[in-house]
Design a protein around this ligand. Structure first.
Ligand code: HEM
Length: 506
């Protein structure tokens, strides 16, 4: 009863009700005097505007929407309020944008030091520390911390040096399934792969995650990596008690991070010692060496950066690979088309050439399409506005958070025909329709976009191409759909398995 009442009230009190495009002004006045005020932006009203409680009342058990699927609540917002709407998220006001051209306008106004609202548990952890991580720093400090790894991670020439090591990791991944022909408990095997990949990126080392035995270093590393993600995921959906006292899950989170920090410190000391004594001259390319060689980087900055970059790329990339495997298994005709493309450029084993990665347009289209169907983050990138702006005729003040509603746009018929279908062809240059560049931003946009975007893409291309070159990925009969939820990134709601049928490698 209460649920029905609340639901009715939420619908009745919305400002524009079922939105119609003709109600919105298409003119976008730049004069603050003629712009409509922030108050006028449609969105849930009344009790739903209360800090913290407002959002909770729009979720289960009061409505059908789950906190782990905020994208569905956003879809409902788009349906009811149109291309722009405002809502309370926790204590903040957020303005959601569901039109690519409006997202473009908003993101193009960001300055040199864009601000992203940070993850509370990380912010709390780093509070008071002299040199926190890239993800939570703001302003000039953020810029200085991001610049050194960015030199390596954003330049294709510098990144190409990682291709041979990643090819080796992918070969081991392929071999892992040689005898039993099944990927069990996905996404865990993909997390093993990305942790191993991150080891080569950050430290130029093989950690052993693909042939771990109980009690070895890799098992311990993976335990702490999973612990960090578990704690961050949990903190995103529960009340932040850790701000008041040290909860046991927060204590565990600190222990997991401390382990990874010790690991980074250990590798850093070793590398510095070796460099000083010149005991080796054949170090593999890696971020740590690049940062050691950057003037002005202290050991603390390097260590914190390494932990940040090591962690940030694991879950995100593992999920991208997992969902792409799933889409290919679900769409065998597309998988065959991909195999045809891969067969000409990718060897079943051994190093992949840099040139080969330039000739895989269908694989790139498959990844984009997989991201569209399961958008990696529940809403889209967000920014704390550093100056007043106007969007769709509304005045939006400095300090407000705007978010691109790309998870909603990806499923919107207005922008994508047959949005429920896996159609990589739509992303090809020869594709049927033009797709707005801001319709999908899985890695964000601008100076504060994902620093690891190119590395992640290379990792996915190498891993998926090697698997598809060696096996046909098959959906087991009992797996029809893989529902997903959002923690920090989209993850399968439950672990699932995929079968692998060996292909002739001739
Ligand atoms: C498929 C894999 C990945 C996805 C989908 C992804 C997605 C994202 C997104 C959406 C953001 C926020 C961007 C914005 O606000 O505009 C971000 C930030 C970030 N990502 Fe990734 N990411 C991935 C892989 C990686 C990898 C491999 C690394 C490290 C090598 C990495 C490191 C980071 C860092 C450090 C930030 C914060 C950047 C800053 O605040 O300056 N990510 N990522």
């Amino acid at each position: 009863m209460l649920k029905r009442l609340l639901r009715r009230r939420m619908v009745n009190t919305c400002v524009v009700g079922n939105w119609q495009r003709s109600n919105m002004t298409s003119a976008d006045p730049t004069d603050a005097n003629i712009a409509r005020s922030f108050q006028d932006i449609p969105g849930p009203s009344g009790i739903y505007q209360w800090p913290f409680i407002g959002l909770r009342l729009q979720l289960k058990p009061f409505t059908e929407f789950k906190i782990t699927r905020l994208d569905q609540l956003m879809m409902d917002y788009k349906r009811r309020y149109g291309p722009i709407c405002k809502a309370r998220m926790g204590k903040r006001w957020m303005v959601f944008l569901f039109e690519p051209s409006v997202i473009e306008k908003a993101f193009r106004t960001e300055g040199r030091y864009p601000q992203r609202p940070s993850i509370m548990i990380l912010e709390h952890f780093y509070k008071g520390q002299a040199c926190p991580s890239i993800s939570i720093l703001q302003g000039k400090e953020w810029f200085e911390m991001r610049r050194p790894p960015q030199m390596t991670l954003k330049k294709p020439k510098n990144l190409s040096k990682f291709i041979p090591q990643l090819s080796e990791v992918a070969d081991d991944f392929v071999e892992k399934f040689r005898n039993n022909h099944i990927m069990e408990d996905l996404p865990l095997p993909c997390l093993d792969f990305t942790t191993e990949g991150a080891g080569t990126l950050c430290f130029g080392l093989r950690l052993g995650c693909l042939n771990k035995t109980s009690g070895n270093d890799a098992t311990t590393i993976l335990k702490h990596v999973r612990g960090v993600f578990g704690a961050i995921g949990e903190s995103m959906y529960s009340l932040p008690w850790f701000l008041l006292y040290e909860t046991s899950s927060y204590r565990q989170f600190v222990e997991h991070i401390a382990f990874l920090r010790r690991m980074a410190d250990g590798h850093l000391q070793r590398a510095k010692h070796e460099l000083n004594n010149r005991t080796t001259g054949d170090e593999k390319a890696n971020l740590m060496l690049d940062m050691i060689n950057t003037p002005g980087m202290t050991s603390e900055m390097i260590s914190n950066n390494l932990v940040d970059l090591f962690i940030a790329g694991l879950d995100s990339t593992a999920m991208a690979i997992t969902f792409l495997f799933y889409q290919l298994a679900r769409n065998p005709d597309k998988q065959e088309k991909l195999f045809e493309e891969i067969r000409d450029h990718i060897p079943p084993s051994g190093p992949i050439s840099e040139d080969a990665l330039l000739h895989l347009p269908y694989l790139k289209a498959c990844l984009k399409e997989s991201f569209r169907l399961v958008f990696p983050v529940s809403i889209g990138s967000s920014r704390v506005l550093q100056k007043d702006i106007q969007l769709l005729g509304y005045h939006i003040p400095k300090g407000c958070v705007i978010a691109g509603g790309n998870s909603v746009i990806g499923r919107d018929k207005e922008y994508f025909n047959d949005p429920e279908m896996f159609l990589p062809e739509r992303w090809l240059r020869s594709g049927p329709t033009h797709i707005h560049a801001f319709a999908q931003l899985p890695f964000g946009f601008g100076p504060r976009d994902c620093i690891g975007k190119r590395f992640a893409e290379i990792e996915v291309y190498i891993c998926v191409s090697k698997i598809v070159r060696n096996y046909k990925i098959i959906l087991p009969k009992d797996v029809t759909e893989v529902p997903y939820i959002y923690q920090m990134f989209a993850i399968p709601e439950k672990p699932f398995s995929l079968h692998l049928l060996p292909r002739s490698t001739g």
